[in-house]
Design a protein around this ligand. Sequence first.
Ligand code: ADP
Length: 282
Amino acid sequence: MEIKFEQVNYTYNLRTPLAKKVLNDISLIIPANKINGIVGPVGSGKTTMMELINGLIFPTRGIVTVGDYTIKKSIKGKQLNKLRFDVGIVFQFPEEQFFNITVKEEIIFALQHYQYHLKEIDDRINKALQMVGLNETFLDRNPFNLSGGEKRKVAIASILVFNPKVIILDEPTVGLDYNSKKKLIQLIKKLRKNYHKTIIICTHDVDMLYQIADNIIVINKGNIIIDGPKEEVFSKEELLKANGVGLPKILTFVNKARNNKGINLVNCTDIKDLIKDVYRNV
Ligand code: ADP
């Protein structure tokens, strides 16, 4: 599903003394079936954008469209529910919101509010588990006893049961160890490639984005600074720095090798490829 922001403004506490404008006339297209990263300093407006896409809030001015939905106050009831099925958000540290004692209950918790037959619920759980790469033995386990990476997979599965077309992930890698991070990255890639999801990742982890994102959006103080293919965005080091966004470590290394040592390494996104290329060159 393509997402479009057209001259969108958002003001919290509108028409009160506490009014605060946090998005300033932003216009951009977030393409379908891509991995799109949103980066920017704390307080720049990333969460506000996420909440607009999911219809948790509505633009103060301007238009947000998500596929065929127009996000506005008049979107209510069934239509709003459908939107929330189509756009799933996995919030930061989702495992902190677990409160069921089995993985199965955790995954179907939100689904239970809708009138599905038991068979359909089972089918949806099995499909979601398969998508995140957990087997059926996990269903009876206590979610609190899983590893950090497994917990996050359960949280993603609890969104996938709704079969969303858009998945928004808020800081998905935060707090995970190296291996869990690697597995999560593979999962996100799989969701796009095999299941054709549109992925939006809000994060500070530019290293992860450099590995998996197709496009990057940089936002600061409610303004879109740049958006486009990751190679283009990460080539603007000064602009990024001025807006509180650092370069991925691999790219910093490749740039230093070129500028300080005259060594031209390939612009790879994977550390293993980089090491191979370093060996070829030294
Ligand atoms: P980010 O996700 O990039 O950290 P947010 O979208 O959460 O940024 O916040 C953007 C700005 O909006 C910040 O200045 C924040 O303080 C303000 N803000 C966020 N939520 C509210 C709210 N409910 N009421 C008032 N201001 C808010």
